[in-house]
Design a protein around this ligand. Structure first.
Ligand SMILES: [Mn+2]
Length: 299
């Protein structure tokens, strides 16, 4: 399906990975861009995240050096951007849930691009309708646990997302790369049996990420949410709420590669990219991270 009726040397189409032919029925991956940044109080450019990731992804090599294959061959279909609600975060959440539920029904792997972290809840709600809560885990890579009960007047704030997953959806959450929490979250997390917290290695005084220990906490089906602020600020300065002391590129890939080997990944998202004008590195990193994860899932 070429979009132009006239043949001429055109640049890569504007879709994730810049694939020439998009075919929904044969695609195994559906990229779902959600340009939402309503509850982010510091840097609000996260709504530009999805477009920046897609733009950068058009310039990636589609051949994966490590895996020795062209991952895009599995079929990647980029959906139009979601029109987010101007009324309430809950309404946006419900719109997301509906779309992701349809993608799961159509047997697509949802790859959601944010946008602020509150969008994850809608996707997990859809997964929780398909998989029993006891067999569903969220693996959250993040500097923050996002486990407040309520924040700035809403339970659907991006600082509350994981609390909703545990309390409302009854799924478990494994938090990795954490290095900033609040007193309220600490007392909740200490009591909760459904939360597993792994601090960033440098923060926890250990040399690396305990991959096997992390995987042992995960149920059979895993939804992965990556808040880019989990990464070291040096490689990922373009985030909504920057926090020093994050994890590295290869550490992140190694963790996800092993999770993909041992568990069923039912969907994932990459959130909180707040593009910095003129700085392409972080956008490209986010795009390549998404592509690498697809490669691991479909190996
Ligand atoms: Mn965060």
């Amino acid at each position: 399906m070429k979009s132009s009726p006239i043949s001429y040397p055109a640049t890569e189409p504007f879709n994730f990975a810049g694939v020439d032919v998009q075919n929904y029925s044969s695609a195994r991956v559906a990229v779902f861009p959600v340009p939402y940044s309503s509850t982010t109080y510091w840097k609000s450019t996260t709504k530009e995240g999805p477009r920046s990731i897609i733009e950068s992804s058009r310039h990636m090599e589609l051949w994966d050096e490590e895996l020795g294959k062209d991952t895009s061959q599995v079929g990647i279909y980029t959906m139009p951007e979601l029109e987010v609600s101007k009324n309430s975060p809950l309404e946006t959440t419900q719109r997301i849930e509906k779309v992701v539920a349809s993608l799961l029904k159509d047997k697509k792997l949802p790859l959601m691009l944010g946008g602020e972290h509150s969008i994850t809840l809608g996707a997990v709600m859809a997964c929780a309708k398909k998989y029993p809560a006891s067999q569903l885990s969220v693996l959250q890579l993040d500097a923050h646990t996002d486990s407040r009960s309520e924040f700035e007047g809403t339970k659907y704030h991006h600082g509350c997302t994981m609390r909703r997953v545990v309390e409302d959806l009854k799924a478990s959450v494994t938090h990795v790369g954490i290095r900033s929490t609040s007193e309220e979250e600490q007392s909740f997390l200490k009591k909760s049996k459904k939360n597993h917290v792994f601090y960033a290695p440098a923060c926890a005084g250990r040399p690396d990420i305990p991959v096997e220990e992390i995987i042992a906490t995960l149920a059979k089906n895993v939804y992965i949410t990556i808040d880019l602020d989990v990464l070291d600020l040096g490689i990922m300065p373009a985030v909504g709420t920057p926090e020093p002391g994050g994890i590295g590129w290869y550490e992140t890939l190694n963790l996800i590669k092993n999770v993909a080997k041992e568990r069923n990944i039912v969907g994932f998202d990459i959130v909180e990219l707040a593009p910095i004008p003129g700085m392409e590195g972080p956008n490209f990193l986010a795009a390549k991270l998404a592509y690498k994860i697809l490669g691991y899932i479909f190996s």
